[in-house]
Structures are given as structure tokens and as C-alpha cells.
Write a protein that binds this ligand. Structure first.
Ligand code: 58G
Length: 247
């Protein structure tokens, strides 16, 4: 998969290719990252990329001209079907479902704003979708682009070692993950739940699902009651059990 990123801070975004799962994916050629710096498309002596907002007010905006040139160069080099996505607090919230849809594509073009944002005509002319990482303001879209690249990359076939660790994750079924434990058996008086040491795989699977449903119900009820889907009889029993066990 190929990611093209329009950014004034390419070295920041390139950090995803240097560490961790995304770093290994880049080393193995499973992802490619290309950055396009709007400053390289500015032709005045000061290489200006920003200007004052019409109507007044604080701060600066990214100018349309060099941004448009950078995006169009990225489009020429990216896979044909690649969408241009602008990361901003005004976008639709990025989630696991969007990450899965993008992981089926050949490429994605991510547009990172800085300052107080970009000239809206860039959105009108070249942006296919606007995505938000959540309800907060960042000083630039770069951290958002890195989040998207990470979430998509780990869904690509053969990126994660264990075949279905991406599939098994939280959210594949709109459920939060259950708790996990590793050695030692006791940490400052706290024991590993006995069922996990029982060797009874059926009981372990049932316990994990109960914890997932229970935690989703108490922490993120919005996920459980999404799209008016009702709990199955078996899941309802697990939830009742969880609620009884957790006062
Ligand atoms: C208001 C403030 C509008 C993405 C800043 C536009 C990007 C948050 C997110 C901006 C971002 C998010 C300029 C800096 C976009 C521009 C960028 N902040 N929640 N900031 O995904």
C-alpha cells in the first residue's frame, strides 16, 4: 500500500517508517510513504506558504496555490483510485471500519494542515473526504496522518506476525477487548483469574467474551447499542452474569 502525505513537516511523518510495526512494514516493502512539501511549490524568495485570513482574525492560513500544486503532483504519482483526505476537526470521525475500507485500497493521499487551517477552495477543488481523529484541536494534521497510516498498515495482510491478531482485535465486532495477563501469576497480591490457568479452552473463550461484553456495556454502551442491533440470547446471559459478578 502507498501513502502520499502533503505536509510542511515531512520528517515528522517519516517517523512512522522508522519504528515498530509500521517501520517493519516499510522495511519489508509492504507500505511506501512519499511526502510532498508545499514549501517546495512556493516560488517567492521567502518560500511563503501562509497568508492572513480574509475577514481578519488571529493566525495564518495555508495558501491555496502551493497546496494545490503539491496535491496534484501527489495525485499524478499515487495509485489512480487513491482518495485525497484532509485531516481536520470538521471531518467525519475516523474509526476501525474506515481503516478496514482503506486497507483494501492501493493508496491514500493525506493532506495535513498547519497554522489555523487551509484555504477552503483547496477542499472544494481537491479534497475527496475530510476525517477527524476526535474532538480536539492539534497544531497540525501530521499526527492524525500518522494515526491513519498506523491503523491501516496493521490491517494489511502479512504485516502482523500472528495471522489473525488484527482480526481478533477490539472493534472487529464493535466490542472492547477483554483483560489480558502474563507472568508472573501474582503481582503485588493480585492474582491472574483462575479460569485463564484452567486449560479449559471453552471456559476461557466464554470468560473472555463475557468480559468483552461487560466492559463494553459499562464503558462504551454507545458501541453495544449501535445500529439498534440487539444482544443475542447467549450474550445477554453473559452480560447478566458479568453485572452480577461486578457488584
Ligand atoms: C481548526 C483547527 C480547523 C486534525 C485546525 C483546522 C487536524 C485536529 C484534527 C485546523 C488538526 C483532528 C490546522 C491544523 C488542521 C487545521 C490541523 N486538529 N481532530 N489540526 O483530527
Amino acid at each position: 500500500m502507498r501513502f502520499d502525505v502533503i505536509t510542511l513537516l515531512p520528517e515528522l511523518v517519516e517517523a512512522v517508517t522508522k519504528s515498530g510495526v509500521t517501520g517493519r512494514a516499510a522495511d519489508r516493502g509492504l507500505i511506501e510513504l512519499h511526502c510532498w512539501n508545499p514549501r517546495n511549490y512556493s516560488h517567492d524568495v521567502h518560500r511563503t506558504v501562509d497568508d492572513r485570513p480574509y475577514g481578519g482574525g488571529p493566525g495564518m492560513l495555508m495558501k491555496a496555490d502551493c497546496l494545490l500544486d503539491a496535491i496534484r503532483d501527489a495525485r499524478k504519482n499515487a495509485p489512480e483510485e487513491a482518495k485525497v483526505v484532509y485531516l481536520s476537526p470538521q471531518g467525519k470521525t475516523f474509526n476501525q471500519q474506515l481503516a478496514r475500507q482503506i486497507s483494501d485500497q492501493q493508496g491514500l493521499i493525506l493532506l495535513c494542515g498547519r497554522y489555523e487551517g487551509i484555504d477552503e477552495r483547496v477542499v472544494a477543488l481537491e479534497v475527496d473526504e475530510e476525517w477527524s481523529l476526535g474532538d480536539y484541536v492539534l497544531s497540525g494534521g501530521e499526527l492524525g496522518a500518522m494515526v491513519v497510516i498506523d491503523a491501516v498498515t496493521r490491517l494489511l495482510p502479512s504485516v502482523l506476525g500472528h495471522k489473525d491478531s488484527a482480526e481478533q482485535d477490539s472493534f472487529t465486532e464493535n466490542l472492547l477487548d477483554c483483560e489480558h495477563y502474563t507472568r508472573p501469576e501474582v503481582v503485588e497480591e493480585l492474582q491472574v483469574p483462575a479460569v485463564l490457568k484452567s486449560g479449559d479452552h471453552k471456559a476461557i473463550e466464554r470468560w473472555r467474551r463475557k468480559q468483552s461484553i461487560g466492559r463494553t456495556y459499562t464503558r462504551r454502551p454507545d458501541l453495544l447499542f449501535k445500529e439498534n442491533i440487539e444482544l443475542s440470547k447467549d450474550d445477554q446471559i453473559l452480560l447478566d452474569e458479568y453485572l452480577k459478578e461486578n457488584r
